[in-house]
Design a protein around this ligand. Structure first.
Ligand SMILES: Nc1ncnc2c1ncn2[C@@H]1O[C@H](COP(=O)(O)OP(=O)(O)OP(=O)(O)O)[C@@H](O)[C@H]1O
Length: 250
């Protein structure tokens, strides 16, 4: 009889993660884990701690306490692992205005040490997939908001990361691109990529996520699978948490 395969560690595991910002606790004792192929929607009112959480997961902010494991390893001590395994699109895509669309992808691929042939293949595929081919020679400084967002996403995806971290990815996208993004995320998840995305659009979460977490005042208040057709239930859960906080503050 074959021995059972050892279970893979979660792609991402946060334990008791805490971070203070400007003298206040922005994220407190956060426990969260994400498996291959899961798409987790992170919700919360303004200032709830979503961007702070995503920046810590992406390695851009260090937690003050707790641990973050990436594929079972402490990635804070291994920046190379984070570079290979994570793709991050922050709230405003960080672009160099004087580089073209194509040059951005080249620069990202080289930073990640992608072999030349692999980089060329991946660059051409992502230009095609994100409908950036026709503007590949355009400078980033003259792109529209939606085009900037798509280029940021292309840079995050180029090296086929195991974990994709997206902060409000549908911002500035037109309805056609929003639908295309949903289908891209479902396709990535079906191929094993784990995705965590923050958004204010409950419809985005119900359309694309199979799990939802709600942060409120830096604390995780809800974390559960999201069965299909649960928009109304999610809306109620979200407003119960958001308004309970307001009632206490009043
Ligand atoms: N650059 C910063 N310097 C200092 N404090 C910050 C900074 N960015 C965020 N904060 C604080 O950290 C807390 C959490 O903010 P964060 O941006 O993580 O929330 P969010 O849920 O992403 O909000 P939003 O939905 O408005 O983007 C807030 O109290 C905010 O004021």
């Amino acid at each position: 009889m074959n021995a059972p395969k050892p279970a893979l560690p979660p792609v991402l595991q946060l334990e008791k993660v805490t971070r203070r910002r400007a003298g206040r606790t922005a994220v407190r004792d956060l426990d969260l884990s994400l498996q291959r192929g899961q798409v987790l929607g992170l919700l919360g009112v303004n200032g709830a701690g979503k961007s702070t959480t995503l920046a810590m997961i992406a390695g851009a902010l260090r937690p003050d306490g707790g641990s973050i494991l990436l594929q079972g390893q402490d990635f804070l001590e291994q920046p190379e692992l984070a570079r290979q395994a994570i793709g991050w699109l922050p709230e405003a895509a960080p672009l160099w205005p004087e580089l073209t669309v194509c040059e951005h992808l080249e620069a990202h691929g080289r930073l990640r040490g992608m072999p030349r042939a692999d980089l060329t293949r991946a660059r051409d595929a992502i230009l095609e997939r994100l409908e950036l081919k026709d503007i590949s020679r355009r400078l980033a400084g003259v792109l529209s908001q939606g085009q900037r967002q798509r280029l940021g996403l292309a840079c995050a995806l180029l090296h086929r990361p195991a974990l994709l971290v997206l902060d409000e990815p549908a911002n500035a996208l037109d309805p056609v691109q929003v639908v295309a993004l949903r289908s891209l995320l479902r396709e990535l998840a079906a191929n094993g990529t784990a995705v965590i995305l923050s958004t204010h659009q409950l419809a985005e979460v119900t359309a694309v996520c199979d799990r939802v977490a709600i942060l409120h005042e830096g604390t995780l208040r809800y974390d559960a699978p999201l069965p299909a057709d649960q928009h109304a239930a999610l809306e109620k859960t979200f407003f119960d948490i958001a308004m309970a906080g307001r009632a206490q503050a009043a």
